[in-house]
Write a protein that binds this ligand. Structure first.
Ligand code: URA
Length: 440
């Protein structure tokens, strides 16, 4: 078999066979196919796509390129969650303890943030002492004792995807539905949970900018999951506006604890409850309505919050910071961005707001950058809110005093203030289950 022939076939919109896909991925991973040939293949896929069978095969081959984690030592049904990435998206910190408090098991490996989106592992590391690297036995024991464990991704989870993703990143081939779906699902299949809940973000801060593309990506990933014997549901949620009010690592942990104690922002609470209800539905805790009620009760009676604290303690973290936020390290510099006109917030560009928080030190421009856990921003006026001249739009937090000017200027470009109150937008646009698409 020759890579040249496979590139030529895909260029002419041909369908790759199972053995051709396996040859291409395995040989590239082994260093036997050069980057330039794989780049040409990725671009041919970008233009011509792949059919469902090709996508499933690509996913399986990438999943099997490393460890396939066996979670059978954990009792009960395990449910994983994946978000396609967003600004201010801290839902994992909220839904995992809710699901655990209601009897589901969450054994989750999460990633770090890069660019304008944050990563769960960075947020967790803002909790003093919290260990994101556990041995396999520690990981399993924590889930058995607490119902959840949130750790960093093992280096050997779908390593062929890691190599391919790095190539896609520099060849403008990231934004392809077959490649995104197979990349995400290869890691989810390798991570070993019985069920998978996908949160596909749509809008200005997301990979998928349109609802149609988001639904297509969701359908593709649900088909892959179900084809591999994992119950899979996808929710399409809004990322035109950041979720919640806080962006930045310890700021997002604090906001998540507020939600778990019943006084978080309404949008973040609602999206978290819907995601948690769907995870509970997947592990068989009843109808969606029943699962929603279970999730609400776990917030109201404090059991979800206590689960999170228990896990933090089990993983070496200081859970007292979760009860007394003043114990978190504080950013030495802060500044308010003040409205110069009256009106309503008619647009917020999530991606630009994410970049603002990165400039303040909350995110990484390159993988090597360190993160300032206390940096970030807290929004005071969101999409649809009325604004009076002199109101504070946002508070910026940083350890780098000289970043404040640039961050303020950028934040002002991220929002628009108009005369008319804009129409309300849905938080959740659609839900995709095996053979069923519901639009809300
Ligand atoms: N996240 C992934 O893991 N892979 C992609 O291709 C895109 C987002």
């Amino acid at each position: 078999m020759r890579m040249y022939d496979l590139i030529d076939k895909k260029k002419r919109n041909g369908v790759l066979t199972d053995s051709e896909i396996k040859f291409m991925v395995d040989s590239y991973f082994a260093g036997e196919i050069p980057d330039y040939q794989m780049s040409a293949m990725l671009m041919a896929i970008w233009f011509n796509g792949m059919n469902d069978h090709e996508i499933t095969e690509l996913t399986k081959v990438m999943a099997h390129s490393g460890d396939m984690i066996d979670l059978s030592a954990i009792e009960g049904k395990k449910v994983d969650k994946h978000s396609t990435g967003g600004v201010g998206d801290k839902t994992t910190l909220i839904v995992a303890p809710i699901v655990a408090a209601c009897g589901g098991k969450v054994a989750k490996m999460s990633g770090r943030g890069l660019g304008h989106t944050g990563g769960t592992i960075d947020k967790l590391e803002s909790i003093p002492g919290y260990r994101t690297v556990l041995s396999r036995d520690e990981f399993f024991n924590t889930v058995n004792e607490c119902g959840l464990s949130l750790i960093g991704q093992s280096g050997n989870l779908a390593p062929a995807d890691k190599k391919l993703y790095a190539l896609r990143d520099v060849t403008a081939t990231v934004d392809s539905i077959p490649l995104i779906a197979s990349s995400i699902m290869s890691k989810k299949l390798a991570a070993g949970s019985d069920c998978i809940l996908l949160d596909v973000k749509t809008g200005s801060g997301a990979f998928m900018k349109t609802l149609d593309d988001s639904i297509k990506l969701a359908e593709t990933m649900v088909a892959i999951g179900e084809g591999a014997g994992r119950r899979t549901v996808a929710m399409i949620t809004d990322m035109d506006t950041p979720l919640g009010l806080s962006i930045g690592n310890s700021l997002e942990v604090i906001e998540s604890m507020e939600v778990l104690q019943g006084h978080g922002p309404a949008d973040l609470t609602e999206v978290s409850l819907q995601l948690a209800a769907n995870m509970l539905y997947l592990v068989g805790k009843g109808s969606l309505e029943d699962c929603r009620k279970l999730a609400e009760v776990s917030i109201n009676d404090g059991t979800a919050f206590e689960r999170f604290c228990k896990m933090v303690k089990a993983q070496g973290g200081d859970d007292s910071v979760l009860r007394d936020y003043d114990k978190f390290a504080k950013a030495p510099y802060q500044c308010e961005v003040i409205a110069k006109t009256d009106g309503f917030i008619t647009n917020m560009n999530s991606e630009t707001i994410g970049v603002t928080s990165m400039i303040l030190g909350a995110g990484r421009e390159t993988k090597e950058n360190d993160i300032d856990f206390s940096a970030g921003l807290v929004i005071h006026k969101k999409y649809g809110d009325e604004v009076k001249s002199g109101d504070s739009l946002v508070t910026l937090y940083t350890s780098k005093k000289d970043s404040l000017d640039e961050a303020e200027k950028l934040y002002r470009t991220a929002i628009q203030i108009g005369n008319k109150k804009p129409p309300q937008k849905p938080l959740i646009y659609a839900r995709v289950e095996r053979g069923k698409i519901e639009k809300f």
